[in-house]
Design a protein around this ligand. Structure first.
Ligand SMILES: [Zn+2]
Length: 259
């Protein structure tokens, strides 16, 4: 058996104040997810002597797509983007992808990449599920949190999170922002007795004190500590008695906006 994942490396490229642009590389070739800043990606490629083979866009926000046109022009590589007519994609000759599509890449052997539709943060938001092991979740799922509802409804976002929750528990998740510490502080206002959350707070503080990423995370850890994936359990709390899980989700998302 040839294990295609063994030779893949995934590197966080910090950008702006709290974004991670994820660089996926194998041999001398690389893919990048959500390159908001082309220069950050160019420097990383040059430092590692990599050639860019593809760009994966999760949604149309500028901090995710801002560097895509310059990178595409330089590398003449394929840009994958959601099927929507948002103007952010119009300058790009993008290959539009949707739920159920399976992508392969010229220089990445048998590596597969499944597209998941995860609306809520934006209506067009998609995620890339690489080799059925690594999920690039954009601004849908964060460490101990979830994205704001800019375009979608709470029901759409809740369904998107449930879609992620149904993946294998050992899935490694690569969100686009370092929000974990703040999200944990919020989670502790709701789920204070959760021992896994307390442990995660300690681990996260330790990592951030050294300026290290708290990501990737695992689905198992999120299921145990992320309040937006624990709405069913939280609905059993005295504070939320007789609430449905979706009502708990809606309330938590609203509270998080002001936290
Ligand atoms: Zn966004």
């Amino acid at each position: 058996m040839h294990d295609t994942s063994a030779s893949i490396e995934i590197t966080a490229l910090p950008a702006f104040s709290d974004n991670y642009l994820w660089l996926i590389h194998r041999g001398q070739y690389a893919l990048v997810v959500d390159p908001g800043d082309a220069e950050v990606v160019e420097q990383a490629l040059q430092a590692r002597q990599l050639q860019l083979d593809g760009i994966l866009l999760t949604h149309h926000h500028a901090d995710h797509v801002g560097g895509a046109a310059a990178l595409q022009q330089h590398w003449q590589c394929t840009v994958y983007a959601p099927e929507s007519d948002h103007p952010a994609y119009q300058a790009l000759q993008a290959t539009r992808v949707k739920q159920g599509d399976r992508l392969t890449f010229k220089h990445f052997g048998a590596l597969s990449c499944d597209v998941l539709a995860l609306p809520g943060h934006t209506l067009d938001h998609i995620a890339y599920y690489l080799n059925r092991q690594y999920l690039f979740s954009g601004d849908v799922l964060f460490g101990a949190g979830c994205g704001r509802l800019f375009e979608g409804t709470p029901s759409q976002m809740y369904a998107s999170l449930q879609h992620i929750a149904a993946l294998p528990a050992d899935t490694l998740i690569y969100p686009a922002h370092e929000y974990t510490a703040h999200n944990i502080a919020f989670a502790q206002t709701i789920d204070a007795d959760n021992a896994d959350l307390q442990q995660r707070a300690r681990n996260t503080a330790h990592l951030r004190a050294q300026n290290l990423p708290t990501l990737p995370t695992t689905l198992a850890l999120e299921l145990a500590t992320n309040p937006f994936l624990r709405c069913e359990a939280l609905s059993q709390q005295a504070a939320f008695q007789h609430w449905s899980a979706i009502d708990v989700f809606t309330e938590l998302r609203a509270r998080r906006n002001h936290f």
